[in-house]
Structure formats: C-alpha cells, structure tokens
Design a protein around this ligand. Structure first.
Ligand code: IPM
Ligand code: MG
Length: 360
C-alpha cells in the first residue's frame, strides 16, 4: 500500500478550522481508496511567533524537502507586523522549495454561486498558472532615508528566462492535458497575461511564450494585458482555458477568479515543483474576524486536499473529493461559499464527507 508523509501547517485564524475539515476528508478517502499517510504537524504561525518569536528555521525547510507534500491552512495575525510570518512560512515554502508553479483552478460548479449575470458552469472553467518564485515577490529592494521626506523605496521585479520558460512550458503541457481530457473537442489555448506595454522588460514573457509555443503546434496562443484580462474575466470568462502570468498579476487575478467561482472560501491552490515536495493551500487568508466561530467555509481547504492527492498520483481519491464537492454545490444546499452561508465549518465538512463516502 502506498504511504505518504504529509506536513500540516494549520496556521492562524480560520486556518486550523478549515485544515481540520480537509484532514477529515483526507482520512476518509485514504480508507476508501486504500493508501496510507503520516501527518507531521508544524506550529509556525503568527500566534506561535507572538509566543516564541520563532519564524521558520532553515533546518525545518530542509525537513520539509523530505516530505511528500505540505498542507497549509492560512497564515496572518493582526498583532504581528504585516507579512512577516507570511514571508517566512508561505514564501519560505515557495522560495525555499522552489515551488515555481502556483496552480489556481477557477471552476464554477453551480450557477447560484456566480456573481455574474447570465454565466454558468459552462462559462467559468479555466486555470491560472502563476509564476511563484520571482517577479515583484523577489524581496530584492529596500528603503533609503526611511521615515524622512527624502525617502526612497525600491522593489525589483525579477524575471529570469528559466523562470518564465518553465512556467510557460508547464502551462502549455497543462493546456494539452486538459484538452485531451475534455469531451467537447475544444482546442487548447494558453493566454499570456502581462503588462509588456507599460513594463517593457515583461517582453521576456512574450519571447518565452513564442519560444515554448513552437513545441506545441496543437495549442493556440493568446495574450492579454493584465488590466484587459480583468475586464475579459468578467465579460467573457468562457474565452479562457489556461492563463500563464507573473507572480503579482497571478495573485491579483486569482482573487477575482475566486469570486467568479463562488467566493474566497472555495478557491484552492497548489504550489508545485513537479516531482518534488509541493505545498497545497486554500487561496484565502486567515480571516481573523471569523476565527473560532465555526463559520469559515472549508471548501477551499478541502479542494487543496484534492489537488494534493492529484499531485501525489492518487487521482481516484482526488476525483472522489472533487465530485463530492461539486455534487454538494449543485444540490443547492450551500447558499454561498463564505462565512455568511449559515452552515458551520464542521457541518459543511460533514456534508462533503457524506458525499465522499457515498461516492457521488
Ligand atoms: C496568496 C496570498 C499570498 C500572496 C500572501 C499571503 C503572501 O495572497 O497566496 O495569494 O501574495 O501570494
Ligand atoms: Mg493572494
């Protein structure tokens, strides 16, 4: 029987509550689909930092490399300097483990969850491939004369050929795979989203796109500047198949994408280095105001477990979870995928679990 070692970082705010539901679903599918796993829990969070002043040490990053995958709840505490723990844990994982792909599916399961008029599940079914280790997240920069009227703040956007090429190649391969799996014969398409008109160095992405496209004659290529992309995502979301984009733009457009699929509570993501330890998380934050009230939507965390299992090669288990969530949403039993749904975190977990066991 296959066995996996999985790190768990429940984190802050609603993180532990949603991660708990994800782990209950993991336990159920492991039994149903016949695989084993060991969990290794890590305390890193804003709360832990306030108690111990400890961030993630390098030795723990090395330990993470020996796991099969890591599941993260959410990080962020209102009493800690903004971004300090997020940079240590989330970016520590992304940069430390070279998780160069941030895979963010945008898929609407039930029309009533979509805020767009006249759009349904057939219209909202695309994937964002966000470059995850460079761009404006490079951490290269700083301040000069801080706190004075002459202050200068500099932040460098870093785009390497290797970084652009490997993210682009992943996107093209994914587009080909998605087209092979869908029944409707639609041609695969990869849309590059950048801002190469105002930010000329972004043309490295344009050239990487053209270079990779030569190896994929079956895949259509497209392009949108990021501002226009936001407009098209609302006006004609059905045009998108696979989007590949920079770290910063991917961050921004996937919050918009989350709303198209039903809300921040439902969107899941994978931080991936193919063939190596990768990390899976809901895309939402720690939402401190909802913490401990059993109101947070756990579907993003449950979706992250499904993505993790797909990555580990447990595709039957991954599909079982995805179908259970899809059936639950289509049933209309969940009015909204957010803290105002009126359904408790653990109740929603129960609803998914029932469907996972029934094999919907
Ligand atoms: C995300 C988050 C993170 C990001 C934050 C918490 C650093 O917004 O995963 O989308 O900016 O990437
Ligand atoms: Mg974000």
């Amino acid at each position: 029987m296959k066995s996996y070692s999985i790190g768990v970082i429940p984190g802050d705010g609603i993180g532990p509550e949603v991660a708990r539901e994800g782990l209950r679903v993991l336990e159920a599918v492991a039994e149903l689909e016949g695989f084993q796993y060991q969990l290794v829990e890590y305390p890193y969070s804003g709360e832990y930092y306030l108690k111990t002043k400890e961030l993630v040490p390098d030795s723990v990053i090395d330990e993470w490399r020996t796991l099969d995958a890591v599941l993260l709840g959410a990080i962020g505490h209102p009493d800690v300097e903004p971004g300090l723990v997020e940079r240590s844990v989330i970016l520590g994982l992304r940069f430390g483990l070279d998780l160069y792909i941030n895979l963010r599916p945008i898929k609407l399961y039930a029309e009533h969850l979509c805020p767009l008029k006249g759009k349904g599940p057939a219209d909202i079914e695309f994937v964002v491939v966000r470059e995850n280790t460079e761009g404006l997240y490079s951490q290269i920069g700083g301040h000069l004369k801080k706190g004075t009227p002459d202050e200068v703040a500099i932040l460098n956007g870093v785009y390497t050929w290797k970084g652009c090429e490997r993210a682009t190649r992943y996107a093209f391969e994914l587009a080909r795979k998605r087209a092979a799996e869908r029944a409707n014969g639609r041609r695969p398409c990869v849309t590059l989203v950048d801002k190469a008109n105002a930010m000329r160095p972004h043309d490295i992405w344009t050239r990487a796109h053209a270079a990779v496209a030569r190896d994929f004659p079956d895949v259509t290529t497209d392009h949108a500047y990021v501002d226009a992309c936001c407009m098209w995502m609302i006006k004609n979301p059905e045009w998108f198949d696979v989007i590949v984009t920079t770290n910063m733009f991917g961050d921004i457009i996937t919050d918009l994408g989350a709303m198209l699929q039903g809300g921040m509570g439902i969107a899941a993501s994978g931080n991936i280095h193919p063939g190596q330890t990768s990390m899976f998380e809901p895309i939402h934050g720690s939402a401190p105001k909802h913490a401990g009230k059993n109101v947070a939507c756990p579907l993003g965390a449950i979706g992250a477990v499904s993505m993790m299992l797909d990555f580990l090669g447990e595709s039957a288990a991954a599909t079982r979870i995805e179908e259970a969530v899809a059936e639950l949403l289509r049933s209309g039993a969940i009015p909204s995928a957010d803290a105002r749904s009126g359904i408790g975190t653990s109740q929603m977990g129960d609803m998914v679990l029932r469907r996972v066991r029934e094999g919907c």
